[in-house]
Design a protein around this ligand. Structure first.
Ligand code: SAM
Ligand code: SF4
Length: 349
């Protein structure tokens, strides 16, 4: 059975939900090594050896939502909130450019104090002053606002659907709807954004069948980017006491995502590095991932963007993260991309 599935991968045949669930249940290290090796070869064939760097700017930790897993949810009154001023964001984007990053990711809670006018103005000024691609990760907004931000110059949008299980989605998101989330992903694509989505691994109640369905959903949505990271328990949330996600399961989902949608950009996530600081990112890059997102948020804010505890790199300045990341990538013998790192899926079509 396992050999038949491995053969399907070798011949580029579609994997069924059952095949994926079978691979996700693998525990034997020898079998896993075979799977990871296949994923690494697919990565090399379709997206090459280059690693793309995206400078991450966490510009506000205010959020109107109350997602049950997230440390910056509205209901967490124990964290100090911050917002970066527009000029401060612009300065940080310049720092990212000086470090050589050709993409910045502007991420925040759902903070509506950044009106569409303010954000559009910010995007226009970035595009006038700095030579970078812009990815937004700012949550749910009306369709017209996504249109305005795209017209202003935003290139990409990240919006994870977190899980494709409707029941689990409903339980985790007291103030969001699964159907609306999916509808927004469709809008983003229609508008012209390069679209990223993804899931957390190890959410309470998640099953291997559920994860197999998540991977098929990535394909159905025809995503340009897929972010897969472990869920990490935050004690100031309703999920306090639940175990965090499993690193090996995260590796398996990354590897299978690479195999199922070979052209996608797949990051080695910060959450993965948090659970496995020594080599979590490096291993991910060797079994399917091709993107890393060094943090360029000013050091004084980093610890406050606490989605989960013990997040890596909160003490470092942007330049230190940069040096560390370059060292880690070069140690794998992988080159660092010098271009914007736009979607391969579009280039390949
Ligand atoms: N507010 C926007 C949104 O939800 O799309 C963007 C920022 S949100 C903090 C970015 C991602 O952080 C979420 O999509 C979620 O997957 C991840 N995240 C939140 N809490 C987490 C946790 N406890 N462990 C791991 N990842 C988490
Ligand atoms: Fe807000 Fe995003 Fe956290 Fe949900 S995941 S509470 S929308 S920051």
């Amino acid at each position: 059975m396992l050999n038949q599935i491995f053969n399907k991968i070798d011949y580029g045949q579609e994997l069924s939900k059952k095949d994926l669930a079978c691979l996700l249940a693998l525990e034997n290290q020898g079998d896993l090594d075979v799977l990871y090796d296949k994923a690494d070869k697919v990565r090399q064939k379709y997206v090459g050896d280059e690693v793309h760097l995206r400078g991450l700017i966490e510009f506000s930790n205010y959020c109107r939502k109350n997602c049950n897993y997230c440390g910056i949810r509205r209901g967490n009154s124990k964290i100090k909130r911050y917002r970066m001023a527009i000029e401060e964001i612009l300065d940080t984007v310049s720092v990212a450019e000086e470090l050589g990053y050709r993409t910045v990711v502007l991420q925040s809670g759902e903070d509506m104090s950044y009106t569409v006018d303010k954000l559009a103005e910010l995007i226009k000024r970035i595009k006038q002053q700095v030579d970078v691609a812009i990815t937004l990760s700012i949550g749910e907004r009306p369709r017209e606002e996504y249109e305005r931000l795209y017209e202003a110059g935003a290139d990409r949008f990240l919006l994870r659907f977190e899980t494709s299980s409707r029941e689990l989605y409903r339980w985790l998101h007291p103030d969001s709807s699964y159907d609306e989330r999916m509808e927004i992903l469709t809008w983003l694509k229609e508008i012209g954004y390069q679209v990223g989505s993804g899931v957390m691994i190890g959410l309470p109640g998640q099953t291997v069948e559920g994860l197999a369905q998540d991977i098929l959903k990535f394909k159905e949505l025809d995503l340009d980017m897929v972010g897969v990271g472990p869920y990490i328990c935050h004690e100031e949330t309703p999920l306090a006491g639940h175990a965090s996600g499993n690193v090996e399961m995260t590796f398996k989902v990354i590897a299978l995502t690479r195999i199922v949608i070979p052209y996608a950009h797949i990051p080695a996530t910060t959450a993965l590095a948090t659970l496995r600081p020594a080599d979590g990112r490096e291993k991910a890059l060797q079994l399917g991932a091709n993107v890393v997102m060094p943090n360029v948020t000013p050091a004084k804010y980093r610890a406050l963007y606490e989605l989960y505890p013990s997040k890596v790199c909160v003490q470092e300045e942007a330049a230190q993260c940069h040096g560390c990341m370059y060292g880690r990538i070069y140690s794998l013998g992988r080159p660092i991309s010098q271009d914007y790192g736009h979607s391969f899926r579009r280039i390949s079509q």
